[in-house]
Design a binder for this molecule. Structure first.
Ligand code: IP8
Length: 254
C-alpha cells in the first residue's frame, strides 16, 4: 500500500487544553465536516489527547516510569472518551469510521513504539473504513507502561503503510521564524530550525513541537514528506486533503 494519507489532528485543536476534559465541540464538528467533504480514500486519522489525557497523565505521574495503576486505566478511558466524541462527529457527517486504541494493539520500549499491529488498519482501508487512532497509554517493555504520543504513532503508521503524505493539523500556522512561516524544512536545514522550536504552552507530557518535528524529519529522511499546518483555520484541512501545499511547513527529503 502506498496510497494512504495520514492526518493527525492535534489535541489542542479538538479540546481546550486549559480546562480538563473540555471539548471544542463546534470546532470538532467543523473539522469532521471538512474531512468528510474532502472525500479522500485510504485515509487514517490520528488525534492527540489534549485535555483528555495530558493533565491526567501529569497528575498520575504517567510521564515517568512507574507501576501500572488504576490511574493508567482511567487515563486510557479518558482519551477513549475524546476518540468516541470525534468519531460521533465524523459519523454524523456520513463517514464510515472505526476506533483503533493503541493500548490494545501497540507496545513500546522505554517510551518508543516497538510494535503496532496494522493488519486491522489495512483491512479497514480495504473496506472503505477510516480508522481513527489516538495517542494513548500503552504497555512498555522497560517502564511497564508509557505514554505513546499520536506523533509517534503517525510516524510509525506512515512507515508501515508507506504513506504518500502525512498532515499534521495543529493550532499554529507552521514552524515559525519570528512572524514568518518556514515553508520548507529538510534534514539539511533542520539544524538551523531546531533553536526556534519550543515545547508547549499547556501541559504536554509528550514534548510539543520540538519532538514532533524531530520525528517528522526522520520520516522525511525515509522518503515520506509531511505537512504541518493550522487546522484551526477554516478550509485548510480540505486544502491539505486535496493536495494543496502552498501554506504551512512542508518537511521533506533534500
Ligand atoms: O496528545 C498523548 O498523545 P498526544 C496521549 O498525541 C496521552 O501527545 C494519554 C496523554
Amino acid at each position: 500500500m502506498n496510497n494512504a494519507t495520514i492526518l493527525k489532528i492535534g489535541g489542542s485543536v479538538l479540546t481546550d487544553k486549559s480546562k480538563e476534559k473540555t471539548l471544542k465541540s463546534k470546532e470538532m464538528g467543523r473539522i469532521a465536516k471538512e474531512i468528510a467533504s474532502a472525500g479522500v480514500r485510504d485515509l487514517v486519522i490520528v488525534h492527540g489527547a489534549g485535555s483528555f489525557g495530558h493533565p491526567q497523565a501529569k497528575r498520575f505521574g504517567l510521564d515517568v516510569p512507574g507501576k501500572c495503576s488504576y490511574e493508567t486505566v482511567v487515563t486510557h478511558e479518558t482519551v477513549k472518551e475524546l476518540n468516541r466524541a470525534f468519531i460521533e462527529k465524523l459519523v454524523e457527517n456520513g463517514m464510515l469510521t472505526m476506533p483503533v486504541h493503541p493500548l490494545s494493539c501497540a507496545i513500546s520500549r522505554e517510551g518508543r513504539v516497538e510494535n503496532m499491529m496494522t493488519d486491522q488498519i489495512r483491512l479497514m482501508l480495504k473496506n472503505g473504513i477510516v480508522p481513527v487512532v489516538h495517542g494513548d497509554v500503552v504497555m512498555d517493555r522497560g517502564w511497564r507502561r508509557a505514554i505513546l504520543s499520536g506523533d509517534q504513532i503517525v510516524v510509525h503508521l506512515a512507515r508501515c503503510l508507506n504513506a504518500k503524505m502525512v498532515g499534521i493539523g495543529t493550532d499554529v500556522d507552521g514552524i515559525m521564524d519570528d512572524d514568518e512561516v518556514i515553508s520548507i524544512i529538510t534534514p539539511k536545514t533542520f539544524g538551523d530550525v531546531k533553536r526556534l522550536l519550543g515545547g508547549s504552552r499547556d501541559i504536554d507530557v509528550t514534548g510539543g513541537m520540538s519532538s514532533k518535528v524531530n520525528e517528522l524529519v526522520k520520516l522525511a529522511e525515509d522518503g515520506i514528506p509531511s505537512h504541518i499546518f493550522n487546522a484551526s483555520r477554516k478550509g485548510l484541512i480540505v486544502d491539505f486533503l486535496r493536495g494543496e501545499r502552498n501554506f504551512g511547513t512542508i518537511i521533506r527529503g533534500d
